[in-house]
Write a protein that binds this ligand. Sequence first.
Ligand SMILES: Nc1ncnc2c1ncn2[C@@H]1O[C@H](COP(=O)(O)OP(=O)(O)O)[C@@H](O)[C@H]1O
Ligand SMILES: [Mg+2]
Length: 250
Amino acid sequence: MTERVLLEAKGLEIRFGGVVAAQDINIQIHEGHNLAIIGPNGAGKTTFLNICTGYLKPHKGKVFFDGKDVTRLQPRHLVRRGVARAFQIPQLFTEHSVLENLLIAGAAQSRRWSPFRPLHQIPERKAMLHLLDMVKCSHIADRPVSELPEGQRKLVDIAIALALKPKLLFMDEPTSGVASSEKFEVLDIIAEALTEAKVTSVFVEHDMGIVDRFADEVAVWNRGEVLFRGPPDDVLNHPDVIRDVIGEEV
Ligand SMILES: Nc1ncnc2c1ncn2[C@@H]1O[C@H](COP(=O)(O)OP(=O)(O)O)[C@@H](O)[C@H]1O
Ligand SMILES: [Mg+2]
């Protein structure tokens, strides 16, 4: 496993009124890893994802991707450089079918989308079918998204993110809203797809079972700061983390 730094945050700071949502955040994300971010509600986890994906501009500090300063780039420009994002609530066109959602994303990515071209004739169709296969959703390609359970929506959302051909994927609570009995299965499929696509991932997660199983590194957020960072065994067994974070989740 290489230790190349894919993304680096340096001295990030952002305030919302009196709330400090990021306070001197310094972190490196290494290629090929799956980094879990844990921490209590309001710790600034989503804020960090928003800054790294271009949805928020920090008041201080910088974000470097592939060694280049990307702090001021808009989300769509970051996507073109290889930074994608999956949302806590998937942003899908629910009245369209699963495959149509993929085709729209694929066409938008290649900038070939045109209202005059039938969706199903776009050249990306084969690649999109392969992505659906990677997230084990080929059998529901023609179902409208509105009919799907949350777990499958998450998988379709991941396939759409992969259609953007990212190097780095941020996922905000990928198992939120998914039935407990299905969480592991959904994350197993996501993890396998990310490995196949050679995508580095950063995911926010509240379920420590999921963190333990899928992360090879864990970072603990609290009050806009990174408290700890290390291998899951060390971080999840640290008394301060058990007291301040895991205790709250249980
Ligand atoms: N756009 C915003 N405007 C005002 N306050 C915000 C905004 N985004 C986040 N916050 C505040 O910043 C803090 C961190 O929020 P967030 O990053 O969503 O935390 P987490 O994802 O760890 O639960 C919270 O106190 C939240 O209310
Ligand atoms: Mg959040």
